[in-house]
Design a binder for this molecule. Sequence first.
Ligand code: F6R
Length: 613
Amino acid sequence: MCGILGYSGERQAAEILLDGLAKLEYRGYDSAGIAIFDSEHNKITVEKNKGRLQTLREKIKNNNAQLSGTCGIGHTRWATHGEPSDTNAHPLWSDDLLVVAVHNGIVENYKELKQELSEKGYTFYSQTDTEAAVKLIDYFYRENNDPLSAITSAIKKIEGSYCFVLLFKNNPGEVWGVRKDNPLIAGQGKGESFLASDVSAILQDTRSVYYLDNMEIVKLNKGDVRFYDSEGHAVYKKLSRVTWDSQAAEKGGFEHFMMKEIHEQARAVKDTLRSVLKGEKFDLSESGLSDENLKAVSNIYIIACGSAYHAGVVAQYVLEDLAKIPVRVELASEFRYRKMPFEKNSLAVIISQSGETADTLAAMRLAKNNGIKTLAIVNVVGSTIAREADNVFYTLAGPEIAVATTKAYSGQLIACYILAMELARARGELDNVKYCEMVREIQKLPEKIDEILDEKERIKEIAGSFIDADGAFYLGRNIDYAVAMEGSLKMKEISYVHSEAIAAGEMKHGPISLIERGMLIVGILTQKNLYAKTASNLIEAKSRGGFILSVITRGSEFLHDEADFIFYIPETDEHFSASLAVIPLQLLGYYVAVARKLDVDKPRNLAKSVTVE
Ligand code: F6R
């Protein structure tokens, strides 16, 4: 995710901002920029570019840019709207440089705002959603040169999630900020103050911070820090002391990036949903999927690797059941070498977090060369797969640092559900009442994910028993089998416990002979019509000495007496249950790895992005 900074004080702002932004580099970004307010000459100067922060530093040095001034703002951008480019990099400004701003989050109604502002004579130079908000604030600022009333008026009209940090030309020395569903903290130093999206960016300067609540506004003026509510009334806030070391702060207080990212899943799901939710309906027209196109699809190939493939297996069950369309899920590394006849009106759905996986890219090119339309479900904006696919549906999970994916997988599931619902609706397989019910239910997933995370200590306790485990089986049927695959991968890749996912009905065809006393058998039961079947496979495993750990939808009585440990997950539409069932399995893999004192974020032999075959 993007990083944000603001500074007002006695020292030169440029160096402070560049050093602070360097502390945010771990979050991943594609461009960087700063704006410095030279109060003496009443001038704001912006320097920004696509690419690394180091490039920005060198550019500033080589240009002999005299970025003199003791007040400024900075940003590292992870593109969502508009490709990574010098123009789309932040800060962005109003035409007369009256307002200069950086932004994290998404302005959902930017098109409507742009339209309104164009009618008032504004023009737009970037492809970003941010520019519309900056110009809206400028519009109100021109009324009376009052930043507070400009911000309060603008946030009444801006929809979405945001954290803005701003400079106003007629208010030298001041830095303003406002947040909604995006983090922003204010730091208090001696004769100076800071704003940051992440405490790690300012820890070298101060440990005294204020945490802003949603819709709160902050003003810095050297050592003076003031807060206001969304109506412009002054608010008193308590100063807190940060005790973390800076390394921990970079992980937002979590011990590992993986745990941080597990906790970011509700947000990833929410952002991905919001990006295509228009009122009460989803709208995939920006991904090139009009109703006409959806109706014309005869069958679907889902192509991916690893966890993205597992998301594809979930999608297969959901798509076939909801949209009644034939689906084949293919491992990209296999698909690319198959000699198969292609169906003419097929759609190839390519799933990839990084958008750079070599096999996935090659498989997508093969599909394209055979005249098949491609839709990429990708997390990294501007990645090769995103650029080469006919159409893209971005998951908005933000940068994933831990090698083992969690939040990107959750984003992929959401994109797949939406695709299935839209196909089903367009093809007349889902009536309006059921469709609206599903739209409401899918929006409850973030809350339910957090509900599961509130109980993570239970998983931690049980995980301690598997420090010496030699092997594990993950069993399920249908969607639960697809979740078993992902849970099993999480266990093996970070805990190094050999683990296999088995379609529960296959146990008797061989694997059951491997069960020994104490072996971990994880059962997933979220599909009511299959509860009894999977439960009986688990009971068979128990009678051969297996330790049964079950993840079951709340309300089910199955395995109540037989399982050694049950983790109940909230009820949801069964098509969406993978999004909930996977959370305890991610936690299980994580806690076993921690108990075994392994490098959770960087498991041996693995890379985050597999750009070779
Ligand atoms: C497992 C994991 C990998 C990736 C796979 C595909 O936790 O992260 O299995 O899912 O390497 O990567 P992307 O999604 O970048 O194509």
